[in-house]
Design a protein around this ligand. Structure first.
Ligand code: G1P
Length: 290
């Protein structure tokens, strides 16, 4: 099934990264030299997504500007003959009208953010990508779309039992082919004692349009917020729910340690600095371990 639209909830306040995020959206924090949101948009584009829908909030205009022309910068680079840099500045420009922005007026949760985009989605399944979850390789959304048949699909991965309370956790059912697993239950941020497994939801979803009707009436859940997890859970038994165990490496860039790890890993993979960084890290570690 072809999925043409993706929602990027980018309304969150990013309090974990203060003071860096006081006047800058957390989604604009760079990993090496690219903002987090660009990795998610590139992954979606790689999956054939044509319409990119951002659910923003106050103070997020830098995201809109990032995916637009910057005439001053482009003219300046052109006049200096810096064609490669110009290409980098222009690479995220899509066909005019491909990017749409809708505001979430209050921080009422991920489910509420997704619901805010309802008028921009027709009667069709839509992908959701959380930019905090940086997936190195940008094929996961594509693989999910390729394996999607109907209902709801969530990217899943095993996490340490002690971390289950930071995630949506599934009750796994039968393993099907190509990394797809049936999901028999789903709970948002359970305690270790109540977690049905250690299989966690990572920020990539394909949802059926019925979810918007559920979200309309959804009560607040974990953290006193309207949870997407709860809406998807309530559809189990009425429509299919699948987990997709992706194989690419995921970094939790909503946490400082995950963000630093992503920066180190992706910098090491860069031709222009990888070997220099590796030998510096090696020497630093020798010093620390003395
Ligand atoms: C959200 C979802 C959660 C999921 C997580 C993945 O939580 O609500 O189910 O496991 O993203 O990153 P958040 O991290 O926004 O609190």
């Amino acid at each position: 099934m072809k999925i043409k639209k993706a929602i990027f909830p980018v309304g969150g306040m990013g309090t974990r990264f203060l003071p860096a995020t006081k006047s800058m959206p957390k989604e604009m924090l760079p990993v090496v030299d690219k903002p987090l949101i660009q990795y998610a948009v590139e992954e979606a584009a790689n999956a054939g997504i044509e319409q990119f829908i951002f659910v923003t909030s106050r103070g997020k205009s830098a995201i809109e500007n990032h995916f637009d022309h910057s005439f001053e910068l482009e003219n300046n680079l052109l006049s200096k003959g810096k064609r490669d840099t110009l290409k980098t500045a222009q690479e995220m420009l899509k066909i005019p009208g491909s990017f749409a922005y809708v505001r979430q007026q209050e921080p009422a949760g991920l489910g509420h953010a997704v619901w805010c985009a309802r008028h921009l989605i027709g009667n069709e399944p839509v992908a959701i990508l959380l930019a905090d979850d940086l997936i190195n390789g940008s094929n996961t959304t594509k693989e999910m779309i390729n394996n999607y048949t109907s209902g709801n699909m969530l990217a899943i991965m095993d996490v340490n039992k002690k971390d289950v309370s930071s995630y949506g956790i599934i009750t796994p059912g039968n393993c099907l082919q190509n990394g797809v697993t049936e999901v028999n239950g789903l709970v948002e941020k359970p305690s270790i004692e109540k977690a049905p497994s250690n299989m966690a939801v990572v920020g990539r979803y394909i949802i059926e349009p019925e979810i918007f009707d559920v979200l309309e009436k959804q009560n607040k859940g974990a953290g006193n917020e309207i949870q997407l997890t709860d809406a998807i859970a309530s559809r189990i038994g009425k429509s299919n729910c699948f987990g997709y165990k992706f194989s690419e490496e995921r970094f939790d860039c909503g946490s400082k340690i995950g963000f630093i790890q992503a920066n180190i890993k992706l910098s090491i993979e860069r031709k222009e600095m990888g070997s220099k960084l590796k030998s510096w890290l090696h020497n630093e570690l020798l010093e620390y371990n003395k």
